[in-house]
Design a protein around this ligand. Sequence first.
Ligand code: PHB
Length: 385
Amino acid sequence: MKHILSRTAVATVLALSAGASHAAVKVGFMLPYSGTYAQLGEAIENGFKLYVQEQGGKLAGQEVQYFEVDDESNPSKGPENANRLIKRDQVDVLIGTVHSGVAMALAKAANDSDTTLIIPNAGAGAITGPLCSKTVVRSSFSNWQPGYAMGVVAADKGYKTAVTISWNYAAGKESTDGFKESFEKAGGKVVKHLTLPFPNVEFQPLLTEIASIKPDAVYTFFAGGGAVKFVQDYAAAGLKESIPLLGAGFLTDGTLKAQGESAQGLLTTLHYADSLNTERDNAFREAYTKNFPNLPPDVYAVQGYDAAQLLAAGLKAVNGDVTKKEELRDAMRSATIDSPRGTFKLSKAGDPIQDIYLREVKGEENVAVGVAVEALEDPARGCKL
Ligand code: PHB
């Protein structure tokens, strides 16, 4: 378990002893280092640092200094944690976070203080919708994207009814709404939406309800530690063989070692897969595995890596001068990112426009079996940029 104070204190001491704050880009990670999303935060930071390391430890000729705050995936502590990085550490760029509710607070703090924010995971629709801003971009996805893609797949498979199930917060709501949108447009019907509070894992009563409803399929959003338990419980309840379990790919990403047999054959949709077998992805996976031998090169690691690539594109355009905020942000928005997932550009609202793969779990891999929807762009409803 990592502690906020000690991590931040160590980072600050390192920064001071480097003694060159004016000559370095100060990057503040606000990520979960504890709780159900702890492994996700770690993977994002690893991916980011791997890219910087591959550039010789510098971006656009600038040293990079890191600051870290554990946000615990706790939205109520969001504003305070964001201000630790913005006001106390005075970072130039924020990288965060995983949880959509915490990301809402972080995006607000970034906007209020005019601090550039790159979101390496959280898919909250509002951030690139009604609250969209030039200050903020994502290297990840919108919650709508994988859900919408799976609705298309489920309808194609001929399923007519579905139950959706997730944690009761923005990510679960938006992911299952995305599924419902495309599934119902194609003639299907979501007959019930089941929820439980984040990060609870008492799934049993809800699984009993699914068994009694007997839908053609179940669509779910869970991630991290909760996803491991949900997949295990779904199989243990005897549902896996009778009612196909579909998910946003977070359900089985970075989790397969722990899920084992219970995850075999599951279909999910995501903007990354383990079997792309491109030169770019193979190089990334090899480097990641060499640096972090005990961790899978998962979607979170890719999103962290690409957050660093976005920042590099921005810094390059301003020759490393972080005070040129507008130019830096415009350059990130017009960059083409050579991602392990495949190249992508950002939409006007700041979301990756990207292929969403259909994946099947085989052993410890999410194997791509096709592209569910090509070049999918979040509709960014309400964004006025
Ligand atoms: C989110 O809260 O937006 C979220 C969290 C974990 C994921 C994906 C999305 O894996």
